[in-house]
Ligand binder design. Structure first.
Ligand code: HAM
Length: 423
């Protein structure tokens, strides 16, 4: 028996309402803030990510699904959504539009991680990116929008962690200081951190091993190294967030797992910091468009993990209204009635009434059981007697009341009932 690949899941019909709910809230928050939907391929040139997310990050070095297609091109399943959006922005000349250009996306991302609660090899992200403006006002708006999105879902109690990781000018000085500090502890670091010390020293700060965390406690803080422009940007961002009444918690050890960030980085942690990890994260990436071959164009964005949102909605017992059921179930007895059932179901659907018709030759009892399982409001019963008199039995599944109606008028009667119930 085949199974879904490890770390990848089916989304069953019973779970779909929650996914639709999140997608609808995502679309409506994007409408409120002026973002437009952009869909990009699930597969991209692998170089896009090695360039954008950068070698030396786990996402590129250890987690990317890469393969050669039959033409020999090296492709990758997208591990995240920001680089593809920037690629599309450049490819379609969106820099010619009034800036910033605001784009959002919802879709699957792939990372070859060790599957565990909240960490999958296929996960889904809702993300949004504002490209073309360096104003910290846009960072504040992005963070407020992320917060408002989570509120609109019904989630509460989360914390927004905020930091600035500087720019090309000031970060090298910080990294040098960090390296100097950590080299004293090299023998005590975990193997991953020893590699990080060589390849990606910033990531030393967010190692989850308790021993490395103790060392990180006393590490130099980036805020002391920010250049004047980055410091002013960070201060203004905090002022704007205060003006928006968007609470945040400064976290000098927040560095994020992708290399394209400059200045602002932020992450939203759930109510209780479970092993599931962040609900979402984002930040500013002022060099990415240039790295990908464009001009120097600043940008800022955020992405949330939909599976983690769902886990938290369950934990916080947020109620989602169930999906609409089939309105009518049509049961029949005998070949002639079966033909009538087929025609009637087609007519009802044509009139916008959700209908399920029975199949096969089941007993009336088992057909009514099936109607109940479908959650149908009404069942139409067509038997041999009804065929003779051109009538149908109309059964209210909730009250059990049953009446005889002319078959010709069945559609009109059901339309009227449906209309009166939706008012
Ligand atoms: P990220 O933090 O790598 O950022 O991913 C965003 C969110 O996706 C995470 O906070 C988490 O909720 C979810 N996520 C990531 N990996 C997994 C996984 N293996 N299983 C389940 N959920 C996961 C980015 O990808 C950036 N592109 C965000 C961004 C947008 N930055 C600027 N604009």
């Amino acid at each position: 028996m085949y199974k879904a690949p490890r770390g990848m899941s089916d989304i069953l019909p019973s779970e779909q309402p929650l996914w639709r709910y999140i997608e609808e809230k995502a679309a409506s928050i994007c409408h409120l803030y002026g973002y437009h939907l952009l869909s990009t391929p699930v597969v991209e040139d692998a170089g896009l990510f090695t360039h954008a997310v950068a070698d030396g990050t786990d996402i590129v070095d250890k987690e990317m699904y890469t393969f050669r297609d039959r033409g020999g091109q090296e492709l990758a399943l997208r591990p995240e959504g920001t680089a593809p959006v920037c690629r599309a922005y450049l490819e379609h000349g969106l820099f010619n539009l009034p800036q910033p250009v605001k784009l959002y996306y919802i879709g699957a991302s792939f990372r070859y991680e060790r599957p565990q609660a909240g960490r999958y090899r296929q996960h889904h992200q809702f993300g949004f990116e504002a490209i073309g403006d360096a104003d910290p006002l846009l960072d504040a708006e992005t963070i407020e929008m992320a917060q408002r999105f989570l509120f609109s879902l019904g989630l509460r109690g989360f914390t927004i962690h905020l930091n600035s990781i500087g720019c090309k000018t000031c970060r090298p000085r910080y990294i040098a200081a960090l390296k100097q500090y950590y080299s004293r502890f090299e023998r005590h670091l975990c193997q991953d951190c020893r590699n990080r010390l060589q390849r990606n020293p910033l990531r030393l700060l967010d190692c989850k091993k308790s021993h490395c965390q103790e060392i990180a406690e006393s590490a130099p803080k980036i805020t002391a190294f920010l250049c004047d422009d980055c410091r002013t940007h960070f201060e203004q961002l905090q002022e704007y967030l205060n003006a928006l009444n968007t609470p945040f918690s400064l976290n000098y050890r927040l560095v994020r797992g992708l290399d394209y960030y400059t200045r602002t980085v932020f992450e939203i942690q759930p109510q209780e910091e479970t092993s599931q990890g962040a609900l979402g994260g984002g930040g500013r990436y002022d060099n990415l468009i240039e790295t990908l071959g464009g001009k120097s164009i600043p940008a800022v964005g955020f992405a949330a993990g939909i599976e983690r949102l769902i886990a938290n909605l369950h934990e916080q017992r947020v109620n989602i209204s169930p999906p609409p059921h089939t309105f009518v179930f049509i049961a029949y007895l005998g070949a002639e009635a079966k033909g009538e059932a087929l025609k009637l179901s087609s007519l009802l659907r044509e009139q916008g009434i959700a209908t399920t018709a029975s199949t096969g030759d089941k007993s009336l009892k088992s057909q009514l059981k099936q109607a109940n399982a479908h959650g149908s409001n009404y069942t139409i019963i067509l038997g041999q007697e009804e065929m003779k008199t051109h009538t149908a039995q109309l059964r209210n599944m909730k009250s059990g009341e049953q009446s005889v109606i002319p078959l010709m008028q069945a559609a009109a009667i059901l339309r009227e009932i449906q209309g009166s119930q939706s008012n």
